[in-house]
Design a protein around this ligand. Structure first.
Ligand code: UDP
Ligand code: MG
Length: 343
């Protein structure tokens, strides 16, 4: 390991003197913060590199903000970014990436489901030329059967229909080079489906397999409804296949309708059968109504996205940044406008 360290950092460098930033989004993770810092700093201390820890509080209500603020006072390598409210994990990650200064940035969950002990391995892959080091879950201990199966199929579906190739069974646990972070910061969408964006920028990617652990403490922040929302977000952000599907369905039903009408006319004119069939009429009307409503709903989903994007609101707002015991409150105005400028 240490033999490799001499050659770091690979180009391009951020010029900050920090080789590695570890970004952690936290939402109500008070119970794990102590353990998180212990495990992370233990492994980072074994590496011969300069590092920083960027902890983003995503509007927690359980004292997470206070706890990470205290950490910054005790440890100069820790930066705490406090968001105004809960903006969601994707926004918290974006905030973390915007504040990270390292030549490489590792994103990791607060709950220690992603083992920090893999960091050296990720750094080696980065050193070997990867701009993105994706961590693929070989197993997912502590997660329900339903979550595992649905996640598995979701990734396959998304890849089949979207324009980007998202490595299956990967989460947000990954390493990004400075080049990748800069590329990501140029993407201005407000609704950020990070896994898709990571793939969209299209830099050399290495995939490493690992076993996902159960949560160290606390509870998951996702319920099935929000996971479904994230899945829908992923699909509609990266593909218009559902719109095409609606069009195909429309064509198919119209064609079936024409055939059916033709059959009725032939039956009446050639075989002299009286026109009848109130039940078939009703079934046609309801089927068509259903297909139409579904398609309109789908269309609405895309229009809704356009509506959110046109508002050009910042992805997140920063209430405070704590670094080396000092708070810089002006950061909020700066960061809020930063995304606007890049637009
Ligand atoms: N998280 C966040 N904002 C949210 C929800 C979650 O910053 O609105 C963070 C959370 O603190 C954790 C990570 O995202 O560090 C993953 O969340 P969780 O463990 O609940 O998700 P799971 O592992 O169950 O998919
Ligand atoms: Mg988790």
């Amino acid at each position: 390991m240490n033999a490799l360290v001499k050659f770091w950092p690979p180009e391009p460098s951020s010029g900050s003197g920090v080789t590695l930033s570890v970004v952690v989004p936290l939402y109500n993770e008070y119970e794990v913060i102590g353990l998180l810092y212990e495990r992370l700093s233990a492994i980072l201390a074994t590496l011969d590199i300069s590092w920083e820890l960027v902890l983003v509080d995503d509007g927690s209500t359980d004292g997470t903000a206070k706890a990470i603020e205290h950490l910054t006072q005790a440890h100069p390598a820790v930066t705490a970014v406090l968001l105004n409210r809960n903006f969601g994990k994707e926004a918290a990650l974006t905030a973390g990436l915007d504040h990270a200064q390292g030549d490489a940035v590792i994103i990791i969950d607060a709950d220690l489901q992603d083992p920090p002990e893999l960091i050296p391995q990720m750094l080696v892959a980065w050193h070997d030329g990867a701009d993105i080091v994706c961590m693929r879950r070989r197993s997912r201990a502590g997660e329900t059967w339903f979550k595992r199966v649905s996640a598995h199929h979701f990734y396959r579906l998304l890849n089949a229909i979207s324009d980007v190739d998202i490595p299956e069974d990967t989460g947000d646990f990954r390493l990004l080079s400075r080049r990748a972070v800069e590329a990501l910061s140029q993407l201005n969408e407000r609704e950020r489906y990070m896994k898709g964006l990571f793939a969209w920028i299209g830099l050399p990617t290495t995939v490493i397999e690992y076993d996902r652990m159960p949560r160290a403490a606390g509870t998951t922040k996702w319920d099935y409804l929000s996971l479904f929302g994230l899945a829908l977000e992923g699909i509609t952000s990266f593909s218009v296949a559902p719109l095409r599907l609606a069009m195909g369905l429309g064509l198919l039903t119209a064609f079936a309708g024409i055939l059916f009408t033709f059959w009725i006319v032939v039956k009446a004119l050639v075989f002299g059968e009286p026109v009848q069939g109130y039940p078939s009429l009703i079934s046609m009307v309801t089927i068509l109504g259903g297909v139409q409503l579904l398609s309109i709903g789908l269309l609405g989903e895309y229009i809704g996205k356009t509506y959110y994007e046109t508002k050009q609101r910042p992805v997140y707002l920063v209430r405070d940044v704590h670094r080396q015991g000092k708070a810089s409150a002006q950061a909020s105005a700066q960061t809020a406008s930063m995304r606007g400028r890049k637009a």
